[in-house]
Write a protein that binds this ligand. Structure first.
Ligand code: NAD
Length: 436
């Protein structure tokens, strides 16, 4: 961990709230800029806008473990509750070497907006540990997860803040978190996390939900633009939970996924990639490297491929202004959180490329997480068809509401989603009043 920057925690301790100072080109600055764009549309609720620029609660935790070789290692972890105005916090846990407080704050803010834009009764939260999970053993990772859960256990809970998987974490991570929280409380609190294995109160359909939501919103946007999905050219960056499943659903709908990329390879096949074969390769080999069904291309060429749908589904900040200038897609559908910088967003708008924003496009995961939480509370579980039907209904309704606001104010789908979400959050804020 010696090479990882400690700047965020140091900033947070110097001068009280100095960590709130936006650092240009960093995710929190992007979030603040997106909030500012909504100011003219808030009416009397503008009085409360600063609420959205101040995360409600920010916890930085030290996560020490004894490594397998007997040495002691320390990792830095975070849980940020950006807003609890509309309900308990909700948002994923990321294990990644580039995790910073600034990033977690932005991701928590986007969760506030996402949950409100789709109409889920949650606030927004996010957490993470700055770690490369590939550098520790399974036993070490489990100890890290348990210690982290205990440390953030003071602020999470089924009615307080409910984590879920994100980059670098999965259903098994959630099982360990649920077990640790339950052990500390002396019971079994299945509703403390979502995205759990089915045997522990997980929901059918959760694993596929985010990719499914990406596909549903892409299809709805394409319908408005009269772009048929069948035969469409699709480019997907990130081939994990979100990108891999979105690619599979496009493939099943008769689209041609011509290019895919992960951290290890960027691949093109103009005829269309055999997505099930690529998924099987990743399952067996751990990455797309060496996949024989497509040819390697330069990452900068990848962003400029002529296509109907460009789906960034890896990490934030990937679609920069320089890349946006060369994009030749009809639609950008944001599977990842914050993949498009605000400057790139403006360039895409000016060039007539429609962007289906993350807070809408990838809201399928948290929507089925909401279903999971409801099912855990009632201890009554739904069929996969019921879940997918309800997901479809919620995503299509949210898409249509956001489309209408975009038309009414002549703004982008992102600004429209933020307008709807900020109204909902700030209305709740105003009605609750300011304590004390
Ligand atoms: P994942 O870990 O399953 O997959 C991430 C993918 O991105 C992997 O294929 C990885 O190789 C690739 N990747 C990482 N760095 C890359 C790089 N520099 N260039 C190209 N590819 C790279 O994660 P995920 O769950 O699919 O999440 C992806 C994005 O979607 C994240 O922004 C996450 O916050 C967001 N998201 C996930 C969910 C969910 O339910 N999983 C829900 C909403 C949003």
């Amino acid at each position: 961990m010696a090479s990882t920057p400690m700047r965020d925690s140091a900033d947070a301790r110097v001068g009280g709230l100095s960590y709130l100072a936006p650092q240009t080109a960093e995710p929190w600055a992007s979030f603040i800029e997106q909030i500012e764009r909504v100011r003219p549309y808030l009416g009397p609720l503008e009085r409360w806008i600063e609420t959205l620029k101040h995360p409600k609660r920010t916890l930085i935790v030290d996560v020490p473990i004894v490594r397998d070789d007997g040495t002691v290692a320390h990792y830095e972890g975070y849980r940020v509750q950006h807003s609890l105005s509309r309900g308990p916090g909700k948002g994923g846990i990321r294990f990644h070497p580039a995790v910073t407080l600034n990033e977690v704050m932005a991701l928590a803010g986007w969760m506030t907006i996402k949950n409100a834009a789709v109409g889920l009764p949650f606030g927004g939260a996010k957490g993470g540990i700055r770690i490369d999970p590939a550098t520790v053993s399974k036993g070490e990772l489990q100890r890290i997860t348990r210690r982290f859960t205990s440390e953030i256990g003071v602020i999470i809970g089924p009615d307080r803040d409910i984590p879920a998987p994100d980059v670098g974490t999965n259903a098994l991570t959630m099982a360990v978190m649920m077990d640790t929280f339950s052990m500390n409380r002396g019971g079994t609190a299945t509703g403390v996390v979502t995205g759990k294995p089915i045997a522990l109160g997980g929901s059918l359909g959760r694993h596929e939900a985010t990719g499914r939501g990406v596909f549903i919103t892409a299809r709805e946007a394409a319908r408005h633009l009269h772009v048929p999905v069948e035969g469409a050219r699709v480019v997907v960056q990130g081939f994990g939970n979100v990108g891999g499943i979105a690619a599979r659903l496009f493939h099943e709908a008769g689209a041609r996924v011509i290019a895919i990329a992960d951290h290890a390879a960027t691949l093109l096949n103009e005829v269309g990639i055999d997505i099930p074969a690529a998924l099987a390769h990743v399952a067996a080999e751990g990455s797309l490297a060496g996949f024989p069904g497509a040819a390697p291309i330069d990452i900068e060429d990848f962003w400029q491929l002529p296509c109907d749908f460009l789906v960034p589904a890896a990490l934030e900040g990937q679609l920069t202004a320089e890349r946006a200038a060369g994009v030749r897609a009809r639609l950008v559908v944001e599977g990842a959180n914050g993949p498009t910088t605000p400057a790139a967003d403006d360039i895409l708008r000016d060039r007539g490329v429609m962007v289906v924003p993350d807070v809408l496009a990838n809201a399928g995961g948290v929507t089925v997480s909401y279903f999971e939480w409801v099912q855990d509370f009632s201890s009554f579980f739904w069929t996969e068809d019921e879940i997918n039907d309800r997901l479809e209904r919620i995503m299509v309704n949210a898409f249509n509401a956001i489309w209408r606001v975009a038309e009414e104010h002549q703004v982008s789908l992102r600004t429209a989603a933020f307008i709807i979400a900020c109204h909902r959050v700030l209305e709740a804020r105003a009605e609750r009043g300011l304590y004390p």
